[in-house]
Design a protein around this ligand. Sequence first.
Ligand code: NDP
Length: 458
Amino acid sequence: MAKYDYDLFVIGAGSGGVRAGRLAALSGAKVGMAEEHRVGGTCVIRGCVPKKFMVYASEFANQTQVAEGYGWSVGEAQFDWKRFLEAKDREIARLSGIYVTNLSNAGVEIVHAKARLKDAHTIELVGKGEVTADKILIATGGRPWTPTEFAGAEHIITSEEAFHLPELPKRIMIAGGGYIAVEFAGIFAGLGVDTTLVYRGPNILRGFDDDIRSHVTEEMKKRGVKIMLGCQHQSIEKTASGLVSHMDGCGNIETDVVMFATGRRPYVEGLGLETAGVALNDAGAIAVDKFSKTNVDNIWAVGDVTDRINLTPVAIREGAAFAQTEFYNNPTTFDHDMVASAVFSQPPVGSVGLSEADARHLHGKVDIYLSRFRPMKTTFYGGDERCMIKLVVEAGTEKILGCHVVGPDSPEIIQMAAIALKMGVTKPQWDSTCAVHPTLAEELVTMRDKYVPQGAAA
Ligand code: NDP
């Protein structure tokens, strides 16, 4: 008789857990999986996927203006928030259903319950009894975090509620300067909401290349987002007409909704980690080695709960590497270097590798190639949207250390650039690639002159 109920029990049916559980089951292992919400996790249910639908929905406002410039007569466009939400929820339900089907077809048993470790091999499924497993994988993701220390903080919503607002507000304030704040500011502004982004620092998108940050700021302002820097909430006051944010640095601003996008934290609460002896790191994430193993020999963790690179495709690769190692006798680690990412701001950003500042810090002398230009689609109708492309190149070796693009389709473009950078491409090799004309991306391979910022000595 088997010693345990399962060979593998996965806690969390998001991107990382689903990939790992499915692969393990396909190897012949007996796999169980607990999920307290819907199968699909943050990305499918309340993250990347619904967010991208909202980006698509909001872009039409700009596109109708462009269409006019191309000779179309566009009548008064109307947006129906409720109709959009219904369509979005239908699609999310469909996708979640596909996840369930794929898991079931692979033989994974899904239990809808909160899971809590009782010891290193025993999992309590709250309200549904206990199971035992030889190996356990924790893939519980993250949850939005907001400050709570000021008066009126209870009025804050996060991205989770933003996906289900009963009606589209007339005015919204978004606090934060990271991925989520910038993406949702573009979404709401595109949908016609009077949108104010307030950020505590001097420039949004900290961690990205500085030229990208300032370029995105200027382009977002052109699209109508009010961006206020150096603002810190002191309190939020509910009045008869809305919510007044009282802020240090930015005065008082009244809006209908105040959304905070001030980061996400690993979701470890109530998991019984202490009971099983699983250690956290200083950031409150589950500490793992390069094989995603925790300090407990039969327990692993992947995805945002480990706070390495908090992106869906990374969680998937970590989950796949775990399954390869443990169930296919093929020790595999995921290389977290040169992972590309996109910010679905409007216009969007695609980025891979080092920012100029990080490259100078790590590699000393670097050469910069930078181009700002109006794409041909925009010049045709006299629009003033500008794209930006920047390459960061190590002096001497001419290895490309970073590639950053702001403009339409930049998330698509960066996927291809990431392949070359991952392979260690040099600038001469890059430049030997013939351009595809007429495209925005051709500018990537036609930048010959090193960039010297205005006012700097050549
Ligand atoms: P981020 O960590 O990207 O940004 C958090 C923002 O909140 C920062 O601007 C930070 O400021 C600010 N902040 C933090 N604490 C406070 C505070 N007490 N008061 C005011 N502002 C504060 O988190 P997000 O919530 O935007 O996104 C979470 C994660 O989700 C991201 O790291 C990303 O990995 C992932 N994600 C990825 C997406 C994509 O790939 N397109 C889309 C959405 C999310 P400061 O910079 O000064 O620290």
